[in-house]
Design a protein around this ligand. Structure first.
Ligand code: ADP
Ligand code: MG
Length: 250
């Protein structure tokens, strides 16, 4: 579903992603772990072309992201086509990024109505279903400021689902939450995983990574240092650097 082929990215002189090769299968849930600054967010942002890669390629469901090939050259796609690709690649952020002046229901309806041009009534019916699915049937008319962090993040996940995404990218979805609110968001993510959604999840929640993810990739210095089944990476890492990181976070 997602293929990174020799992906490299620099910020100025700083190499941030170095020769990333990774294939995420349909229905697979993969978590990215690693120290701050190792390139995890940048890797996710490249998948929907929020960052431009310098070399290599990323494909999602067979579509080359951000570019079209002309002979040996790659030309950046026009903004309209990039927007079309992004519409099916959802991203969920640490800080929810909801529209503050819209209710939960309106937040979930926004993109289907304005991007996909679905009739309002249909979008509303879908939004009601999605908010019910994430356990918020009684909060549909609340504005974000009247919701807890965990509830806001669940609205953000419902909003992501409203676009019927091929993949969902989560960047530290629970890092801004009070500890007692983390579980309700992870429960929703667990439900999506068991429903077969393809997900890449940057997280510090090692128990979630162990129980829900099919594979864990450990990043450091812009490289995927190791990638494997949770038990392999967490319990018997092949590399000393992975071991050192895990001893700090577990
Ligand atoms: P992580 O998510 O693993 O903490 P990031 O992908 O955010 O790491 O960052 C990787 C590296 O790229 C860091 O050294 C960071 O300072 C740098 N970086 C990230 N975004 C930018 C940017 N827009 N401009 C310059 N450097 C950046
Ligand atoms: Mg980050």
């Amino acid at each position: 579903m997602i293929v990174f082929d020799r992906v490299s990215k620099n910020f100025g002189d700083l190499p941030v992603l170095r020769d990333i090769n990774l294939t995420v299968s349909a229905g697979e849930v993969i978590s990215l772990i690693g120290p701050s600054g190792s390139g995890k967010s940048t890797l996710l942002r490249c998948v929907n072309h929020l960052e431009r890669i310098e070399s290599g390629s990323i494909t999602v469901d067979g579509d080359l992201i951000g570019y079209r090939r002309v002979g040996n050259l790659a030309h950046e796609l026009p903004e309209k086509l990039i927007a079309r690709q992004r519409a099916r690649i959802a991203m969920v952020f640490q800080n929810f990024n909801l529209f503050g002046h819209k209710t939960a229901l309106e937040n979930v309806m926004e993109a289907p109505v304005h991007v996909l041009r679905i009739p309002r009534k249909e979008a509303e019916e879908q939004a009601v279903k999605l908010l019910t699915r994430v356990g918020l049937s009684d909060k549909m008319n609340n504005y974000p400021r009247m919701l807890s962090g965990g509830q806001q993040q669940r609205v953000a996940i419902a909003r992501a689902l409203a676009m019927k995404p091929k993949v969902i990218l989560f960047d530290e979805p629970t890092s801004a939450l009070d500890p007692e609110l983390v579980g309700e968001v992870l429960d929703v993510m667990r439900d999506l995983a068991s429903d077969g959604m393809t997900m890449m999840v940057v997280t510090h929640e090692m128990s979630f990574a162990r129980e829900v993810c099919h594979r864990i990739a450990f990043m450091e210095g812009g490289r995927i240092v190791e990638c494997g089944k949770p038990a392999e990476v967490l319990d018997s890492p092949a590399f000393e650097r992975t071991r050192a990181f895990l001893s700090r976070v577990q």
